[in-house]
Design a protein around this ligand. Structure first.
Ligand code: SF4
Ligand code: SF4
Length: 268
């Protein structure tokens, strides 16, 4: 594991360096099995993933950091004054890319750095999550294979292992996060691409449609976005306004209206 590559310049320096060549030679000789890198920066982690040089990325991932814009520092408390309404699009791309290309993410900062997310007063989310909810949040992502946590006392072991016998209710981070959403009007109705609303009776991949719509509204409709939308198995125009998804969305998203908007933007 090559640790803490947080700046693009650092990553550029490592690529093609004698050091990386040395690591690759060790792998070719069977002395090491896999090459990994750790980063706290989503843009750098995405570039690392796309290089094809690593099989593992250790990355800081939790419900609070997911809502920080990639170029902002999640350690700066002021960063959370401008919390995004949904998951940062670069992070979404990173998680999708890793899942599609069999790159494992090992999560660090599962509880937000220390136990910050477990304390409503310290958490930028202003609600207290449980360990089970934090574990469930990160492990729900197909690219995540390991969630790290620090053990500084024997009692922590039991606390962590509780996850293995936790009920679905105890792991339900969505209902906890929806309380946070309700406390913050800015967030009301913003999709976090969590997929909790599925299945759609018309087969529409609602989270993906919302994600592409958000990107198109933010960056303009590019041919790349249009191609991604066209490749979906079902499109927003197929929404029958049945409303089945509405009660399952913990974030109060007006999904049928979103589908109408997506149809208008993408043409089907
Ligand atoms: S309202 Fe539209 S998006 Fe929601 S379940 Fe029905 S068809 Fe699917
Ligand atoms: S519409 Fe709601 S439930 Fe569906 S992915 Fe978005 S936030 Fe999650």
């Amino acid at each position: 594991m090559i640790h803490i590559v947080d700046k693009m310049e650092e990553w550029q320096e490592i690529q093609g360096s004698p050091y990386l060549q040395y690591v690759q030679d060790l792998k070719a000789q069977g002395k090491i099995k896999h090459i990994g890198l750790s980063s706290h920066n989503a843009e750098v982690a995405l570039a690392i993933a796309k290089s094809g040089l690593v099989e593992v990325i250790m990355f800081s991932l939790n419900p609070a950091f997911d809502r920080v814009q990639s170029d902002k520092n999640p350690w700066d408390s002021k960063t959370f004054d401008e919390m995004l309404p949904g998951i940062d699009p670069v992070r979404v791309e990173l998680y999708d890319y890793c899942a599609q290309h069999d790159i494992a993410i090992t999560v660090m900062k599962t509880f937000g750095g220390g136990d910050r997310l477990l304390d409503a007063e310290k958490s930028p989310l202003k609600i207290a999550l449980t360990r089970d909810q934090c574990f469930a949040y990160v492990l729900a992502k197909p690219c995540v294979k390991v969630a790290l946590c620090s053990i500084d006392s024997a009692s922590k072991v039991d606390e962590y292992l509780h996850y293995l016998k936790a009920t679905d209710e105890e792991k339900d981070y969505n209902s906890a996060l929806s309380k946070q959403t309700a406390q913050n009007d800015m967030d009301k109705g913003a999709c976090t691409y969590c997929n909790h609303c599925m299945p759609c009776s018309a087969g529409i991949p609602i989270a993906k449609v919302n994600e592409l719509l958000d990107k198109a509204e933010k960056e303009g409709l590019t041919s790349e976005l249009k191609a991604k939308y066209d490749s979906l198995p079902h499109h927003a125009g197929e929404c029958t306004h049945c409303g089945a998804c509405l009660s399952r969305c913990p974030f109060g998203v007006d999904i049928p209206t979103q589908m109408d908007k997506a149809k208008e933007v993408f043409g089907k």
